[in-house]
Design a protein around this ligand. Structure first.
Ligand code: PLP
Length: 406
């Protein structure tokens, strides 16, 4: 398929919008992505014509919705190439997934003195739940440092690994720097010492093909809303054996087999980890977004986004005093930067008035900002619906804003 940007943009109704009388230039895709019409229509139709709670009803609507929900699970399974359908657990998002494993894995596998490794570039969602788990279990959290270019120091990582390491939790891609981490190697090294690996795929899953079996990761998670799907839905993949051994992290309806006051037995996988009425419409919406991306082609998306990244990097570097944070060899289409001593918030506010939406601040990665001794950055995170013309507008906007603020 040829990459037809005009057609693609027309799939996203929000992009036709004006902000303060200017065409919207949306470059905050790292925070959340916009939704194609097909996802909006699917969610609307499910609410309008088909809504009924899943798994519990014998009636027509409930059975139909259950079927679509389980079909959504299949779509996700195939998307990440998981071996078994029941290794796919629907959660509220990446944060929900990490908290689920941090509790359940912690209960099953972590004891006092054990060690867990994260990296210096992690999102708070991939730090705090592990910190909480380590506090609960009297285990130790260790950190892989990064280089000035924003790459993991792999030699230091190797030194951290030892027989006490029980889990390594790293992001596939940094949301603040754009760095693509060498997760395959990270996983291989961890496995060689007997540790399990959790991959935070929140910023990886939408930029190219992910194959959990080829990676051999033990856990993988992502959020629907960063994948052109709805909010409040995400997924957790875990290897069968681990999920089987891990206790549920929430109790309630659907996750049980039999309940009595003397003893409760749990449902099989994946339902053991899906307590309560799940976000079934969200799950189907997320699966629709995945199918939409597959139709465009993940390789086409990755190629185009790489072109955007190269163009934006070269263009923005022409601005006097602009420093890019995150100059890794392998990056996704994120440019994080500062200009001179200008506060990122001030720049962001002026860009906003020009219709340009970027993110300013710590990007939920305070330890990373501490590493660079900065308060935050401005982050332009581009998706496959962004254009070279929009990057030109960002450049012009920054030049103007710089003149106003310096
Ligand atoms: N991990 C990374 C790398 C992220 O970028 C984000 C969100 O920005 C998260 C985790 C948390 O995702 P969510 O807020 O959808 O749970």
């Amino acid at each position: 398929m040829t990459f037809d940007i005009t057609k693609i943009r027309s799939d996203f109704p929000i992009l036709a919008q004006q902000v303060y009388g200017k065409p919207l230039i949306y470059m905050d895709n790292g925070a959340t992505t916009q939704k194609p019409q097909i996802v909006i229509d699917t969610i609307n139709a499910l609410h309008t014509e088909q809504n009924a709670s899943i798994h519990r009803g014998v009636h027509f609507l409930s059975e139909q919705m259950t079927e679509r929900y389980e079909h959504a699970r299949q779509t996700v399974q195939q998307y990440i190439n998981a071996e078994h359908l029941y290794e796919i657990i629907f959660t509220s998002g990446t944060t929900g997934s990490v908290n689920a494993i941090a509790f359940s894995f912690g209960e099953a596998y972590i004891k006092a003195g054990d060690e867990v490794i994260v990296s210096e570039m992690e999102h708070h969602s991939n730090i705090v739940p592990w910190q909480m788990m380590c506090n609960r279990k009297n285990a130790k959290l260790l950190v892989i440092p990064i280089t000035d270019d924003g790459e993991l120091k792999m030699d230091e990582y190797k030194k951290l690994l030892n027989s006490k390491t029980k889990l390594v939790a790293v992001g596939q891609v940094s949301n603040a720097l754009g760095t693509i981490n060498p997760i395959k190697e990270i996983i291989k090294l961890a496995h060689a010492t007997g540790a399990k690996v959790f991959i935070d795929g929140a910023q990886g899953i939408q930029h190219g093909k992910v194959d959990v079996r080829a990676l051999d990761c033990d856990f993988y998670a992502f959020s629907g809303h960063k994948l052109y799907g709805p909010t409040g839905i995400g997924m957790l993949y875990g290897k069968e054996k681990l999920l089987f051994d891990m206790p549920p992290y929430q109790g309630g309806g659907d996750m049980v087999e039999r309940v009595s006051f003397s003893k409760t037995t749990y449902n099989t996988l994946p339902f053991k980890f899906e307590a309560g009425t799940s976000n079934y419409i969200g799950a189907i919406g997320m699966a629709t977004a995945i199918e939409y991306l597959q139709n465009i082609g993940l390789e086409n998306i990755a190629d185009y986004e790489q072109q955007l990244l190269q163009y934006a990097t070269q263009k923005l570097k022409q601005i006097d005093g602009l420093r890019i944070y995150g100059n890794a060899h392998d990056k996704i289409s994120i440019v994080s930067f500062l200009i001179g001593n200008i506060h990122p918030y001030d720049l962001g506010m002026i860009l906003d008035k020009m219709g340009i939406a970027v993110r300013t601040g710590t990007h939920c990665a305070m330890p990373l900002m501490d590493r660079f001794e900065i308060e935050g950055t401005i982050r332009a995170s581009m998706a496959f619906y962004n254009t070279f013309g929009e990057i030109d507008k960002l450049y012009e906007g920054l030049v103007k804003a710089k003149m106003m603020l310096e």
